[in-house]
Design a protein around this ligand. Structure first.
Ligand code: BTN
Length: 329
């Protein structure tokens, strides 16, 4: 999927300050006449960005943009993350950051510890075949691909542990209200703040690549963002943080998690997950394609499976897959 061309990237970057820019200046910036600039600005608007025009002042974005900055990000990474992370691919527009790294692996690249970030995803993927709403420059769309030598058994529970790491990153920045909904949704007051999608490439028993996608709602506001479910963003919750700071914090936690995961597995994260369980002790329905089961949610076990006390008093265990959890009405 081709990214924005150089001209558009330059324009978006220049306008990202939210200040007024005259047509003449913008034309000069990208080497076109003042008349031709409006055609380019239409393309900026087609990214979903709101442009204002006032005669005599020029153009400005209705709100400034918080864009990724490779250098700033690098400075914010821990020594461990800086040492371990490989290539960092930063895109303006992409189909999906997970798909980008999966595709690189399919093409034979030796992908390990590679990061892909995008300002916008045109085909962002959520769990269970859903679309992940990914408006331009609003939120974090991050993927980190990590290679494991011992196959999929080595990464049992990984996606839950990633949820714990993202919560830990937010907590280190001072935001401690995020909770986990099994298996790995991030919720605040029952509204979705973020999600994790781990996809696997390679061999089930030996060399396997975990493509770990994290979506976090950061600056998204309610006008025009119909996500199809109740959602929250950090801005809306009154927690102001820049995208680079947030991404660096998440990557720092993830690298620490992934470096040790093969040896220690999910059991190290079990208590941390249970402490952040959004529905601990509450009545929930676990819904699969063919049935639904009601019970009291007890927590997760050391493999990351969900433990529920059924209404007949027996303990039942559910592993991931196509089961979804709802709070009972
Ligand atoms: C969920 O449904 O809760 C999981 C959402 C995961 C979204 C992220 S955004 C970055 C990465 N790329 C994708 O296409 N999906 C994940």
């Amino acid at each position: 999927m081709p990214d924005l061309n150089f001209t558009l990237r330059t324009l978006v970057h220049h306008l990202s300050d939210g200040e007024w820019h005259s047509g003449e200046d913008l034309g000069e910036l990208i080497g076109v006449s003042r008349a031709a600039i409006s055609k380019q600005l239409k393309q900026v608007a087609s990214l979903g960005l709101k442009l204002e025009t006032v005669k005599g002042r020029g153009y400005r974005l209705r709100k400034p943009l918080d864009l990724y900055d490779a250098q700033q990000l690098d400075q914010l990474l821990s020594l461990q993350a800086r040492a371990r992370l490989g290539e960092r691919h930063i895109h303006y527009v992409i189909d999906s950051t997970n798909e980008f790294l999966m595709q690189r692996a399919r093409e034979g690249a030796q992908v390990h510890a590679e990061v892909c970030l995008a300002e916008q995803q045109l085909a962002g993927r959520g769990r269970r075949g859903r679309q992940w709403h990914s408006p331009f420059a609003e939120n974090v769309y991050l993927t980190l691909a990590w290679r494991f030598e011992d196959g999929v058994s080595a990464i049992e529970g990984l996606s839950l542990a990633v949820g714990v790491s993202v919560c830990a990153a937010l907590e280190k920045l001072g935001f401690d209200a995020a909770r986990l909904k099994w298996p790995n949704d991030l919720l605040v007051n029952g509204k979705k703040l973020g999600g994790v999608l781990v996809e696997l490439a390679g061999d089930a028993v030996s060399d396997c690549l975990a493509v770990i996608g994290v979506g976090l709602n950061l600056h998204m506001s309610s006008d025009e963002n119909d996500v199809g479910q109740p959602w929250a963003s950090l801005d809306q919750l009154g927690f102001g943080v820049s995208k680079n700071v947030l991404v660096a914090a998440v990557l720092n936690e993830l690298v620490d998690l992934l470096e040790n995961y093969q040896e220690q597995g999910f059991s190290r994260y079990r208590d941390a997950w249970n402490e952040r369980n959004a529905f601990a002790g509450q009545m929930v329905d676990l819904i699969s394609a063919s049935s639904s089961e009601r019970g009291k949610l007890l927590g997760v076990n050391s493999s990351g499976a969900l433990v529920m006390e059924s209404i007949d008093g027996s303990e039942k265990i559910f592993i991931g897959g196509e089961v979804s959890l709802r709070k009972s009405k």
